[in-house]
Write a protein that binds this ligand. Structure first.
Ligand code: ADP
Ligand code: MG
Length: 252
């Protein structure tokens, strides 16, 4: 479980996050949604420690991460898997080298064990045998899957994905969502996904946190969302024809 208490983040005079509280449960995918620039990526980065919050606390399974020294954070960092917005693969490395990278950095595994682990992760994302390809030889969906394979290489307890569906066609997006959901259940991860994809919201939106101008405006499930009268949420969500149709179906 991850708890976020009263997180603020400013860049100079730009107050990007103002007092976010949230609880992310294990074995479940939680979504953070909101318009561009609402602070979603900044919140994710504050949680994983890529940004230091200006104020507020983050707890990983009860331990206060935000007050730890760099060294104290290392054991928790090892349990965090992260899929970045643009996949962020190393272009000069093969698929396998990309996946083994964290294992090289953080584990004492033998070469054979690392390759076995890489193969396991590749199989899990349906890319068995693609070890020696370079990122330039992969489609967008395959890159995302390599990114996911890398994120799960260390068997993470906490999984963070920033816009895992951006740039993907709808069918591939759904496969990626299902993969994230399956991995979360299988490994009992506490998973947090930033998205503005309404298909994801309807598919895996059991818990959704809606950010508006750096504040938490609303939280609940996708079913609650269809019935909500929160204006900012409705303006954001029902700009999508898909969501309008879903709401109209319920009202009938
Ligand atoms: P989102 O992911 O919801 O689109 P971001 O969290 O990326 O939004 O950005 C929210 C705001 O924070 C934007 O106004 C952006 O310019 C600002 N911001 C994000 N990262 C930085 C940074 N490293 N330095 C300065 N400002 C930043
Ligand atoms: Mg972002």
């Amino acid at each position: 479980m991850i708890e976020v208490k009263n997180i603020h983040k400013s860049f100079g005079s730009n107050h990007v996050l103002t007092g976010i509280d949230a609880v992310f449960e294990p074995g479940k995918v939680s979504l953070i949604i909101g318009g561009s620039g609402s602070g979603k990526s900044t919140l994710l980065k504050c949680i994983v420690g890529l940004h230091e919050p200006t104020q507020g606390k983050v707890y990983f399974d009860g331990d206060e991460f935000t007050k730890m020294s760099f060294e104290e954070k290392v054991p928790i960092r090892k349990e965090i898997g992260m899929l970045f917005q643009n996949s962020a693969l190393f272009d000069s490395m093969t698929v396998e080298q990309n996946i083994v990278f964290s294992l090289d950095m953080f584990t004492e595994m033998s070469r054979k064990e690392k390759v076995e682990r890489a193969n396991f992760c590749l199989e899990r994302v349906n890319l068995a045998g693609k070890n020696d390809l370079f990122p330039s030889e992969l489609s967008g969906g395959m890159k995302k899957r390599v990114g996911i394979a890398r994120a799960i290489s260390m068997n993470p307890k906490y999984l963070f994905c920033d816009e895992p569906n951006s740039g993907l066609d709808p069918a591939t997006s759904i496969l990626i969502d299902e993969l994230i959901q399956d991995l979360t259940e299988e490994f009992k991860c506490t998973t947090v996904v930033v998205t503005h994809d309404m298909n994801s919201v309807m598919g895996i939106g059991e818990y959704i946190l809606f950010l508006f101008k750096g504040q938490k405006y609303w939280e609940g499930s996708n079913q609650d969302m269809l019935k909500s009268d929160n204006k900012e949420l409705n303006d954001f969500v029902f700009a999508s024809p898909l969501m309008k149709a879903a709401r109209d179906t319920i009202k009938q």
